[in-house]
Design a protein around this ligand. Structure first.
Ligand code: ADP
Length: 277
């Protein structure tokens, strides 16, 4: 059984949305009984235990849980950055397990944009240089769309900051450059791993606002991992992880209302977790 989940309405900028929003309404991310066991010396650690979930195109889903609950491992599994011990990951109808390493890398480059806690910007390049090199590495044949970059710079409020190196930018600006870098290839999916983990409240609020805005305007599916329930509350759906399992899900606000915003479960009610969430 699957619960209906929130899917964003019509995007406000159809020209740019066209390339990132798949036509079909099948789930774009499916995890089927996903398990990851690490060997730590003679011990085995089950970091993710039989997790099943489905994310609809355009959804903004947050996965929240305490340190050690398996969030990062799930992130790496869903992003094709590590292989499952058992179970399946299906991205846009394609089962990762059926792909060679090269094909998996290509799928990742074409369909997924990554945002990391530590920004991972190259320190010797400007913000623009970082975005350009990410675009070049993605292997796309067509030249980078400068008008689209202008739009992203407006959306992420980093216009005028792109000529600076990361060391000359605030943490929040660096993360917004990193988001532009993730979005420049128009991925269908954005995976964000603790995107506000290194930021103070003000910068964290700005990054969350931008993630919500870009999700709503550009229509890409967004999946954010966080240990912070406040950050998670901006998502349209919140999945709670503990000891490698998804133990609960709630509706989120689906919008940014400033720091201190609470999950709306008090209004919407906590939803029991079905076999596939
Ligand atoms: P979270 O992101 O929620 O902090 P992780 O996915 O990093 O959780 O870790 C989940 C569990 O797996 C923890 O017990 C952690 O110690 C363990 N773990 C994570 N990575 C490895 C690894 N490479 N080798 C062994 N154990 C690991």
């Amino acid at each position: 059984m699957r619960l209906p989940c929130l899917v964003n309405g019509a995007p406000s900028w159809p020209i740019y949305n066209k390339s990132v929003q798949p036509e079909k309404s099948l789930p774009i991310i499916v995890a089927d009984k996903l398990t990851k066991v690490y060997a730590a010396g003679r011990l085995q650690v089950t970091a993710v235990r039989e997790v099943s979930l489905a994310v609809e195109p355009g959804e903004f889903v947050a996965i929240v849980g305490p340190s050690g609950s398996g969030k990062s491992t799930l992130f790496y599994l869903l992003g094709g950055l590590t292989q499952a011990t058992s179970g399946r990951v299906v991205i846009d109808g394609v089962d990762f397990a059926t792909l060679s390493d090269g094909e998996r890398t290509r799928l990742r480059k074409h369909r997924i944009g990554f945002v990391f806690q530590k920004f991972n910007l190259l320190p010797t390049l400007t913000g623009l240089g970082n975005i350009e090199i990410a675009y070049a590495v993605s292997g796309r044949k067509e030249p980078m769309d400068r008008a689209y970059l202008d739009h992203l710079s407006d959306l992420l409020a980093i216009k005028g900051r792109l000529e600076h190196r990361p060391s000359e930018l605030s943490g929040g600006e660096q993360q917004r450059v990193a988001i532009a870098r993730a979005l420049i290839t128009r991925p269908a999916i954005v995976l964000a791993d603790e995107p506000t983990g290194n930021l103070d409240t003000k910068n964290s609020d700005a990054v969350l606002r931008m993630l919500v805005k870009s999700n709503q305007e550009l229509g890409q599916t967004t999946l954010m991992i966080t240990h912070n329930p406040e950050a998670a509350s901006v998502a349209s759906r919140i999945l709670y992880m503990r000891d490698g399992e998804i133990v609960r899900q709630e509706k989120g606000a689906g919008s940014f209302a400033g720091s201190g915003v609470q999950p709306v479960s008090a209004v919407a009610g906590t939803v029991p977790v079905p076999a596939t969430v």
